[in-house]
Design a protein around this ligand. Structure first.
Ligand code: PLP
Length: 427
């Protein structure tokens, strides 16, 4: 039976970020519960990356599943232009109660990329509606904001975007902030934003996820935001990855004094069960749209905007996230990560370890003569899968970001597998 499915998959399906030839065959998953994925041949794999960073409360969570089932029976979907429904209204209330206090309106879409696209379009049109010419976006080196064209345009250019290069709009990139270059970056940023043609600064607050789980300081981000605000540049926080507790606070923006004008969220919003994107904005943004002029309307929408089932899943996930038990787990995972960090940083094959909240990442020292980055990468994934742990390295960076329900024992299994992996590199 499973061979049959595998053959059908191979014939019919095009998987994301997967070569059609020479890649690894996908693993059939038949069910999942808590942190475990069950394979077609009955292995149980620990999902140490929360299934591409979306899962918060474990797989097949009963409470969210019940909410989804009940909503599907009651109102599965309705056009969201000219109509509304309670799950969306409740979700807007829930989100605004935890987002930074300057956020005042919720716009729905379907995923992280669209949430970012909406944020960029909101910002561009904010200036357009006022007849002000500001056309450029500033972003950080190494940024990842999604795979649609606008999102690609404001992200790091490289082999993933090369085929589309001619079609991406121009973006100004500033260096990734480090302790050493802090003053330089601030000067660089000041020079750029003082030109007067910058519409917005878009950034992943404190952690660049796809860029290699690179962490930068609250202090510098705060100063960048201050400079942006002083120069009338809108700030768009892409919290698609960092939102909903990942970094130890509900949003990474909570670490900063200066708040963004626009925030994009997705990934964890439904606890990892349904696709949903949200772009929140402040009153300042709304003011440019509050007019009798029909042509200043924000003309953007998707067929499944604010899907009631997805909104219900998000409301259920919100209940679980805000419960003391979950908040304590987040802090506990952060604590465990710190313990492991201080132990493993001395390993001869580790060049650097960093952690923030539930995210832990370590860079493996690679010997340029014998093992290139991608050789290491190609080794890591199968090594851990063979030990029933799902880790998907970014180059030579191994990272863990587990569902918040992970237990100490389950975390210990992941830590010791990493330890063993590093040890055998030495042999
Ligand atoms: C994953 C991600 C996106 C894109 O979200 P999708 O739902 O995959 O389109 C955008 N920004 C950041 C920071 C992300 O990590």
């Amino acid at each position: 039976m499973n061979n049959n499915l595998a053959a059908l998959d191979k014939r019919n399906i095009w998987h994301p970020f997967s070569p059609l030839q020479g890649g690894i065959d996908p693993i059939l998953i038949t069910e999942a519960k808590g942190v475990y994925l069950t394979t077609g041949d009955n292995r149980r794999i620990i999902d140490a990356v929360s299934s591409w960073w979306v899962n918060l409360h474990g797989h097949s969570n009963e409470y969210i599943a019940d909410a989804i089932a009940a909503q599907a029976r009651k109102l599965e979907h309705v056009i969201f232009a000219g109509f509304t429904h309670e799950p969306a209204i409740q979700l807007s209330k829930n989100l605004l109660s935890i987002l930074p206090s300057n956020q005042s309106r919720i716009f729905f879409s379907d995923n992280g990329s669209t949430a970012v696209e909406v944020g960029l379009k909101m910002a561009f049109q904010y200036w357009y509606n006022q007849g002000i010419k500001k056309s450029k976006i500033v972003a950080l080196d190494g940024a990842y904001h999604g795979d649609t064209f606008g999102a690609m345009s404001v992200g790091e250019r490289g082999m993933f975007t090369d085929p589309f290069k001619p079609y991406l709009f121009e973006t100004i990139f500033i260096d990734f902030p480090t302790v050493e270059n802090e003053e330089y970056i601030l000067r660089q940023f000041k020079d750029i934003v003082s030109r007067g043609d910058i519409a917005a600064f878009v950034y992943e607050p404190l952690v660049q996820g796809a860029g290699g789980m690179r962490i930068y300081s609250t202090a510098i981000l705060n100063r960048l935001l201050e400079v942006a605000k002083a120069n009338d540049v809108l700030c768009i926080a892409d919290e698609v990855f960092t939102g909903f507790g990942r970094t130890g606070k509900l949003f990474a923006s909570d670490y900063c004094e200066n708040k963004p004008d626009i925030i994009a969220v997705s990934k964890g919003i439904t606890g990892g069960t349904m696709a949903l994107g949200v772009t929140a904005c402040s009153d300042k943004i709304l003011q440019a749209y509050q007019t009798e002029d029909f042509l200043k309307t924000f003309f953007h929408g998707h067929s499944y905007t604010a899907n009631p089932i997805a909104c219900s899943a998000a409301n259920a996930s919100f209940d679980l996230l805000m419960a003391d038990a979950c908040q304590q787990s987040i802090q506990h995972i952060a604590y465990q990560h710190k313990q492991f960090e201080s132990e493993i940083k001395h390993h001869s094959r580790v060049s650097v370890v960093r952690s923030l909240g539930t995210i832990l990442a370590l860079e493996i020292k690679t010997d340029a003569r014998t093992s290139y980055d991608n050789e290491i990468r190609k080794k890591i994934y199968p090594y851990f899968i063979a030990r029933n742990i799902l880790l998907r390295p970014l180059g030579n960076v191994i990272y863990i970001l587990p569902p918040y329900v992970i237990t100490d024992d389950q975390l210990a299994v992941i830590y010791s597998a990493i330890r063993e992996f590093l040890d055998q590199l030495d042999r």
